[in-house]
Design a protein around this ligand. Structure first.
Ligand SMILES: Cc1cc2nc3c(=O)[nH]c(=O)nc-3n(C[C@H](O)[C@H](O)[C@H](O)COP(=O)(O)O)c2cc1C
Length: 176
C-alpha cells in the first residue's frame, strides 16, 4: 500500500489556489427582513441550456440561510471601478449597513442588483449541495441584464488586480 501524501495546510492551499485569477461578484438575497449580500469569487457558469450559475457560499455567511430559505439569488458582476463595493460586501457587518447608500435596482424577481455592474443575473435555485463548510447553490438564470462596458474587477493571489483591457492586466507586486 502506498503511504498517503500529507494533506496540504489550509494557508498553503489558499496561497496556491489564489493563482487562479477570478472576477468578483456581489451575490444578493432578499426576504421579509430586507436585503442580504456578500462578495463572492466562487462563481461558475455551469451550463448554457438551460443557463445555470453555481455559487459556493460559506455556512458562516449571514446571507446563506436567506438564500437557502427563499431559493433565489442575484449576481452583480463587478467592474474595476467597483472595488469599494467588493470591500464593503466582504465586511462582517449587518446587512443594513452594507446596503446603506448603495445604488441598485430591483430585477424582475425583486432581488437587488447593483448599478454600474458589468452584468447582472437573477437565479432560481434548482439544486444545492452542502460540502464541508460551504453550500453549493446552482441557480437557473431567470433574468439577465447587460451593464456597463468597462474593465472587470479581478482577484488574484488574495489581492485586487486591474484589467485595463483584455490584453493588459495590471497585477499587484507579489506579497513579500
Ligand atoms: C474577493 C473575495 C471573494 C470572496 N468570495 C467568497 C465566496 O465565494 N463565498 C463565500 O462564502 N464568501 C466569500 N468571501 C467572503 C464574504 O464576502 C464575507 O465573508 C462576507 O462578510 C459574508 O457576508 P454575510 O455574512 O453578510 O453574508 C469573499 C471575500 C472576498 C474579499
Amino acid at each position: 500500500m502506498t503511504a498517503a501524501l500529507p494533506p496540504i495546510a489550509p494557508d498553503d492551499f489558499r496561497r496556491l489556489v489564489g493563482r487562479w485569477a477570478t472576477g468578483v461578484s456581489v451575490v444578493t438575497g432578499h426576504d421579509d427582513e430586507g436585503d442580504v449580500g456578500l462578495t463572492v469569487n466562487a462563481l461558475l457558469s455551469v451550463a448554457l441550456h438551460p443557463p445555470l450559475l453555481l455559487v459556493s457560499l460559506s455556512t458562516d455567511a449571514d446571507s446563506t440561510p436567506v438564500i437557502a430559505r427563499t431559493g433565489a439569488f442575484g449576481v452583480s458582476v463587478l467592474a474595476a471601478s467597483q472595488r469599494a463595493l467588493s470591500e464593503r460586501f466582504a465586511r462582517p457587518v449587518p446587512a443594513r449597513e452594507k446596503f446603506a447608500t448603495v445604488a441598485g435596482h430591483r430585477g424582475v424577481g425583486g432581488l437587488l442588483l447593483l448599478d454600474g455592474s458589468l452584468a447582472a443575473f437573477e437565479c432560481r435555485v434548482v439544486d444545492r449541495h452542502p460540502v464541508a463548510d460551504h453550500v453549493l447553490f446552482i441557480g437557473e438564470v431567470v433574468h439577465a441584464e447587460p451593464g456597463a462596458n468597462g474593465p472587470p474587477l479581478v482577484f488574484y493571489r488574495s489581492r485586487y488586480a486591474e484589467a485595463a483591457g483584455s490584453d493588459r492586466l495590471t497585477l499587484p507586486a507579489p506579497p513579500g
